[in-house]
Write a protein that binds this ligand. Structure first.
Ligand code: SF4
Length: 344
């Protein structure tokens, strides 16, 4: 895998902003390249770089609020580009792109996709440049291909693990989605959110994988957690402290709905919501967390129900005597606050 950070953009920013100190954060998979970038910046410009080593899973994990605390003037957030190039007051998004081509895996997939005439494409930040070549290849093979429209946060056909809005609007126009890349995490999200057959086109293993089983497994677990939570009398409602996923309004709304149905609520705020961090709260029978929905939907190791926002909506529906319906079938599972920019 050759993922390259857009160092030219970083150099242009340093020359334009002339910071004496820069703080940087990046996902775990890009730390080696990020440390090399820091070395280059320090060597070329004499600018001090501080790498924030906390977890960084998505564009929600920006460190804008740390800039002033750490005596810096700008922050660089690596590897989660979007339709905006700046977020918060000080943070610049810096692309990291993978140069792997998809022609081979697409050629192998075409016979397997034959029964799906209308195909939607989706991918994550690192493979966005491959959407057009894949579209042409599929169209040349006779498929009707649909790309998603860019919006206020996502580029065309781009998805995050919690935001499928660009491709969701194509759900009725396509028979199946093809997700470009190796990320089952992202492809399963598209399958769950759209309800469409979704295939991962993996350019490294050169194989197409059907996400149906993984999606069904997660859906079953998500539903089971809602039913388990229904019997709880004491809830912890956890507001995430990460700056792009702080949903205080949602936490308040869910708290009020639970209380209206006689549930006791302890309000909590946490940066990292993990089984270890929740274990000490022995008096709490179920949690609702309004931070990253994937903590709940992919988090199979919690000993108690830990519901995401869509699951909490399903729980409230049941408490109110309504059907929970297809609660994961929606364009976004959280309204990322990273889109509300700038703050000042
Ligand atoms: S909140 Fe969304 S963008 Fe952030 S880590 Fe979770 S899935 Fe990714």
């Amino acid at each position: 895998m050759t993922v390259k950070i857009d160092t030219d953009r970083v150099f242009r920013l340093i020359e334009e902003k002339r910071p004496t100190r820069v703080i940087i954060n990046a996902p775990g998979g890009l730390l080696r390249q990020t440390m090399e970038l820091m070395r280059l910046v320090e060597q070329k410009y004499g600018t001090q770089c501080v790498l924030v080593g906390d977890s960084c899973f998505g564009i929600c994990d920006t460190v804008d609020e740390e800039v002033e605390k750490l005596g810096a003037s700008i922050a660089l957030h690596i590897g989660h580009n979007a339709s905006v190039d700046r977020v918060g007051d000080h943070t610049y998004l810096v692309d990291a792109k993978d140069d792997i081509k998809f022609d081979s895996v697409v050629a192998r997939s075409i016979p397997l996709l034959a029964k799906y005439k209308r195909v939607g494409l989706a991918t994550f930040s690192q493979h966005l440049d491959e959407l057009e070549p894949v579209r042409r290849q599929l169209e040349d093979a006779g498929f009707e291909v649909h790309l998603g429209r860019k919006n206020n946060l996502l580029l065309g056909s781009q998805t995050f693990g919690c935001d499928f809005s660009t491709v969701f609007e194509n759900s009725d126009k396509v028979d199946a989605f093809c997700y470009l890349g190796q990320s089952e995490f992202h492809a399963v999200g598209v399958a769950l959110a759209t309800g469409k057959p979704t295939f991962l086109l993996d350019p490294y293993l050169e194989e197409m994988r059907d996400m149906r089983e993984e999606a069904e497994e997660r859906q079953k677990r998500a539903i089971l957690s809602v039913y388990k939570a229904l019997d709880a009398t004491v809830f912890g409602v956890v507001t995430g402290l990460k700056e792009g996923q702080m949903m205080l309004g949602r936490s308040k709304w869910i708290t009020s709905r639970l209380q209206a149905h006689g549930k006791k609520v302890v309000q909590l705020a946490m940066r990292d919501i993990t089984p270890d961090r929740l274990a000490p709260f022995t008096g709490i029978e179920a949690f609702v967390q309004t931070a990253c929905p994937r903590i709940s939907i992919d988090g199979f190791t919690f000993g108690k129900p830990v519901l995401s926002i869509p699951q909490a909506d399903a729980l409230v529906a049941l408490l109110e005597g309504r059907s929970m319906n297809e609660f994961l079938r929606r364009p976004k599972w959280i309204e990322l606050t990273v889109g509300q920019i700038p703050r000042k």
